[in-house]
Each structure stands twice: as structure tokens, then as C-alpha cells.
Design a protein around this ligand. Sequence first.
Ligand code: HEM
Length: 132
Amino acid sequence: MDRPIFYAHSGLRYLVLLAGVLAIAYFAFGLATKRPFDKVGRILGASFAGLLHLQVLLGLLVLATRFYYPQLIGHIVMMVLAAVIAQLGMSLNRRRPQPAWGLPLVGVLVAFVFIVGGIMAIGRGVFTTTAM
Ligand code: HEM
């Protein structure tokens, strides 16, 4: 029973990372070209934050089905921080009278660093999968 959830959690990371790279590239392009923040930016940011939240949910299910060890604390703390920071970057930007690129860019960049750190906290590589 725990295998499909574990593999889903392991695999979804690639979608999260891809969404993060796309959002970073688009936000940086928008910032460099000084264009107004647009709908594509909103969709890319929301996709990254949404996939990250889904991954947190799957992670909690994995946690409930696998044995616990202390390094998992680093994984969990960094991932929860990543999800909060990514969401804050998008939500605060949306509430501004003039949404811009800087805040969501910083939010996704910092979240991305926490995600990489969170994966490394349990001794895994960003692109390695554990066979069960
Ligand atoms: C609160 C949120 C999260 C919890 C509770 C959680 C929990 C877990 C647990 C229990 C494991 C299994 C560790 C093991 O058996 O050695 C794991 C593995 C993993 N998690 Fe999470 N996780 C969370 C968030 C995330 C996020 C946001 C990502 C990436 C975007 C992520 C990526 C991974 C990866 C890559 C692995 C290793 C998979 C493999 O070895 O194939 N986790 N997580």
C-alpha cells in the first residue's frame, strides 16, 4: 500500500521542480523586460505553489506509511517553509495595487533552494529515486 504513494511523492518532485524552473525563467524575463505582471505569470506561480501543496499532502501520507527517522525533520521543516514562502510570494503580490515580478521571483527562488535542501536533508539527490 505504501509503494504507490511513495513513488507518487518521489515522482511528483520533477513536476514541482519543472514548474519552479518555468516560473523562475518567466518571472526573471518579466523583470528584465519591465513588462507588467500578467495572467501567465499568475498561472505559473499558482501552478508551482499548487503542485508544492499537493506534494506536501502526499508527503504527509508517506510519513504515515513509512518508518520515521530523525533526518526527516529537516526534510519536513524545509518543505513546509518552501510551500509557505512560495504561497506568500504569490498572495502578497496579488494584493498589491500594482503586482510586479520581484516578489514572486524571490518567493519561488527561495522555495526552490529550500526544496533542494529538503531533498538533500534525507541524503537523496535531486534526481535520484530510491528503489523499493
Ligand atoms: C511536509 C511535507 C513533506 C513530508 C511530510 C514528506 C515526507 C517524506 C517521507 C516520509 C519520505 C520518505 C523518506 C524515506 O523513506 O527515506 C520522503 C521522501 C522524499 N520526499 Fe518528501 N515530504 C514532504 C515534502 C516534500 C516535497 C515538497 C518534496 C519535493 C518537492 C519532497 C520530495 C521528496 C523526495 C525526492 C523524497 C525521496 C524519494 C526517493 O528516494 O525516491 N518531499 N518525503
